[in-house]
Design a protein around this ligand. Structure first.
Ligand code: G3H
Ligand code: 13P
Ligand code: NA
Ligand code: ZN
Length: 328
């Protein structure tokens, strides 16, 4: 059944667990996530970016999610719009049947230029007003994703500020977070703690100076009843990087957010954990390997099956590590 983000995250908070929110673009990714959830009895957050809607087309995304809800009637599913860049974008998603939207007012409508605090409050409050009237949840964002190592915003996959950021912009301020939540009424708040989107997050395994888990604790202490969201939370598994390289891929040395650091965040109010890159890496690695091992195969289903199996394993690991397994 389709349910709102608020319902899922209230349950997660009550029982002290976190939920991965996986980005989806096609049937195989949705099936991988749902198979993993069914196998370990976890609720699900499926999220679609503007890029996903462009890739699949709005009707396909909507019908694919409809199909999966029909196939898995016992799994609670939230369909969430990731990184809406304006109230108009969020409104379109609500019309399309999403049960949750993110109004990312931390950036302007270009999705790149950091915006003013007042602009962020204004657009987010507007979306909350529209969404709550029809039972849809809203995630807001305060602070900019970016690397505390390099000062780069790291908009490698097109979502996020472009160019250089100040250190302070990349760490959400607890006092400002309290004011933002009070003024907007958001159901969940995405915070900046040094993570960024894509595969290239850290040049070395992250320590406290470049991955500010302590900042989560400070924010949670100030607004204990707000559900916190971590973006850019792929762990970038070294095993998958090795397989991609072994079978002809060219991915440079890089490190993600360790699962145990995310689990520490979940102990301090993180309830939604956004993951896209890990599924991309697993699917790409599995397809490269399957193609190399069976050079005479030309039925693409063979490669897609390998990709689904790899993505399913990653999803299951995250459901279990974050504690959502057994909670459907
Ligand atoms: O927010 C970033 C997600 O990884 C979505 O990426 O815009 O390439 O679909 P995308
Ligand atoms: P990753 O690129 O780390 O998977 O983050 C995805 C994300 O935050 C989507 O909003
Ligand atoms: Na989101
Ligand atoms: Zn994000």
């Amino acid at each position: 059944a389709l349910i709102s983000l608020r319902q899922l995250l209230d349950h997660a908070a009550e029982h002290s667990y976190g939920l991965p929110a996986f980005n989806v673009n096609n049937m195989e990714q949705i099936q991988a996530i749902m198979q993993a959830a069914a196998a370990c009895d976890s609720p699900v957050i499926l999220q679609a970016s503007a890029g996903a809607r462009k890739y699949a087309g709005e009707p396909y995304l909507r019908k694919l999610v409809e199909a999966t809800i029909e196939q898995y009637p016992d799994i609670p599913v939230c369909l969430h719009q990731d990184h809406g860049t304006s109230p108009a974008v969020c409104q379109q998603s609500m019309r399309s049947g999403f049960s949750s939207v993110m109004m990312d007012g931390s950036l302007g409508t270009d999705g790149k230029t950091p915006s003013s605090y007042d602009y962020n409050v204004e657009v987010t409050r507007k979306v909350v007003e529209m969404a709550h009237a029809i039972g849809v949840s809203v995630e807001g964002e305060l602070g900019c994703l970016g690397s505390l190592e390099t000062g780069e915003a790291g908009e490698e996959d097109g979502i996020g500020a472009a160019g250089k950021l100040d250190h302070a912009q990349m760490l959400t301020d607890p006092e400002e977070a309290a004011d933002f939540v009070a003024k907007t009424g958001v159901d969940a708040l995405a915070i900046a703690i040094g993570t960024s989107h894509g595969a290239y997050k850290f040049t070395r395994p992250p320590t406290g100076e470049i991955l500010a888990i302590d900042r989560i604790k400070a924010i949670h202490a100030r607004i204990p009843n707000t559900h916190l969201v971590m973006h850019g939370s792929s762990s970038v598994p070294q095993e998958w990087l090795a397989i991609i390289r072994q079978y002809g891929g060219a991915i440079k040395e890089t490190y993600g957010v360790p699962v145990e650091e995310i689990v520490e965040g979940i102990r301090h109010g993180v309830r939604k954990v956004n993951i896209d890159t890990d599924i991309r890496l697993a699917m790409t690695g599995a397809m490269r390997q399957a193609m190399a091992e069976k050079p005479d195969e030309f039925d693409p289903r063979h490669f897609f099956k390998a990709a689904v199996a790899a993505a399913r394993d990653i999803c299951r690991q995250r459901f279990e590590a974050f504690g959502s397994a057994g909670r459907a």
